[in-house]
Ligand binder design. Structure first.
Ligand code: MLT
Length: 267
């Protein structure tokens, strides 16, 4: 069963979905979605594990707060506040795409909290100059045309071929995107634009790492995942056939099996 809870943390209110009981796993969602994207994994929570999926600040039902600017480290500090509010001492931390940037930032800030990492459809590098230019254009699009226009421009790149033809799934992703605010989305665009390069940290990861990616991911293609796997010591790479960038939504069963196998092997 999935429980929804709004935590009163030292960094403000943070809504979380949770399922299961046992060793904790924190799952951080992609941009510009919400914790809702993890429902399939929460429904298949492996025995002996507790999955915790917060809405990142400014997304879903977590308020944006007062800070005029946000960094990826702010989102990581929020994740630390979730640990404290739930009295969790350490957890496997997983993130998909932007969630992966936050997971790497959390490990950089507080390695003692992280017993394993799941890096899904993400990359360790900072944005290139070209990537930063594309983010500025995206910021302008969302501020001038709103969330529906952002959904229109992102959807073809978020999903692989089969998922792109799966109209209920397309509608589900679109609902998650348009359910978010321009303000929260724009803060995240700038947070991603300014994020540091995590590549040098990969070689120092001493925890087990699952690198997982959709074979058809256009936004963070498989080559990024292969590079992360090569750069980390105790890692395994799983490529999900037929899935694009939102692999946990597009191949929910295969993703959940890979996660459960990894969690078992990480004990
Ligand atoms: C995401 O899915 O979180 C975004 O594609 C990440 C990014 O734009 O770098």
């Amino acid at each position: 069963m999935i429980h929804e809870q709004t935590l009163d943390t030292r960094r403000g209110r943070i809504r979380c979905l949770q399922a299961g009981a046992g060793w904790p796993v924190l799952l951080i969602h992609a941009f510009p979605l919400s914790a809702e994207m993890w429902r399939s994994q929460l429904e298949r929570v492996p025995d002996g594990w507790r999955l915790i999926a917060p809405d990142t600040r400014g997304f879903g039902a977590t308020p944006i707060g007062d800070a005029p600017l946000l960094s990826i480290d702010d989102y990581a500090a929020d994740a630390q506040a979730v640990f404290d509010a739930l009295e969790v001492e350490s957890a496997v931390v997983g993130g998909l795409s932007m969630g992966g940037y936050v997971a790497l930032a959390l490990h950089r800030r507080a390695p003692e909290l992280v017993t394993g990492l799941v890096l899904a459809d993400t990359k360790a590098e900072a944005d290139t100059a070209e990537g930063r230019g594309a983010r500025r254009k995206m910021s302008e699009l969302v501020r001038t045309k709103g969330m529906a226009a952002l959904a229109d421009s992102m959807l073809p790149k978020l999903l692989g071929d089969a998922a792109g033809r799966d109209l209920p799934l397309v509608a589900q992703v679109r609902r998650m995107i348009v359910g978010n605010t321009v303000e929260g989305t724009d803060r995240a665009i700038h947070a991603m634009l300014g994020r540091p390069d995590s590549t040098p940290n990969l070689a120092h990861l001493s925890v087990p790492v699952l690198v997982i990616v959709g074979a058809e991911d256009q936004l963070t293609p498989v080559a990024h995942s292969e590079a992360m796997e090569r750069a980390t010591g105790r890692s395994q790479l799983v490529v999900l056939p037929g899935a694009g960038h939102l692999s946990s939504l597009e191949a929910p069963e295969a993703f959940s099996i890979a996660l459960a196998n990894f969690l078992r092997s990480s004990l």
